[in-house]
Write a protein of this length. Structure first.
Length: 181
């Protein structure tokens, strides 16, 4: 290795597709210069997670309204075979809210984790965020009519994803080397 390459900064090594220099015990890790679009993208991913969490919170606040609406529809049902016990309606709504909370928390945590790793320049984290955004978009298609928080979260995720794929930040996410050392 030549002297000129030994004096490279981690950002310069990253642009060439190389890993940063190893950190020796007692040394402080240098902070890479995060491009502005990647920094903005990070906060958009965090906001997306918060929007997803807002959906179940909103449903929890309006829980009784949902139960009342299902109970009204159940009371109007003419076929006795299709009538549902009111206790099952309450259990169903509570189960729905719980499942939505678990899903929203899972997505929010995954977004936060991989957005953090992408902000550090990890290319695979950007790929995982791409897959998560596609899954969120597919979920958003099913809820397009009613879940405004999922739709807004999907739009934010798409914007965050576009920012991570801009040509100006391509060097921040180096391709993995194809050669063995």
């Amino acid at each position: 290795m030549s002297d000129s390459r030994a004096d490279e900064t981690d950002d310069e090594r990253r642009r060439r597709g190389r890993a940063p220099d190893p950190i020796l015990p007692g040394q402080e890790a240098p902070k890479p210069t995060v491009p502005k679009p990647v920094a903005i993208s990070f906060w958009l991913w965090i906001t997306t997670g918060l929007f997803l969490l807002a959906g179940p919170v909103y449903l929890l606040i309006g829980r009784q309204t949902v139960i009342d609406e299902f109970s009204r529809q159940n009371a109007e049902q003419r076929d006795p075979a299709l009538k549902v016990d009111p206790a099952r309606i309450v259990d169903g709504v509570d189960g729905l809210i719980l499942n939505l909370f678990v899903g929203a928390i899972t997505f929010a945590l995954l977004f936060a984790l991989f957005a953090y790793k992408a902000r550090e320049g990890t290319r695979s984290a950007r790929t995982v965020l791409t897959v998560l955004a596609v899954v969120l978009a597919l979920v958003g298609l099913f809820y397009l009519a009613g879940a405004i928080f999922v739709v807004l979260g999907t739009l934010l995720a798409v914007i965050a994803l576009i920012l991570m794929y801009l040509p100006s930040v391509a060097g921040y996410f180096p391709k993995a080397g194809r050669e063995l050392p």
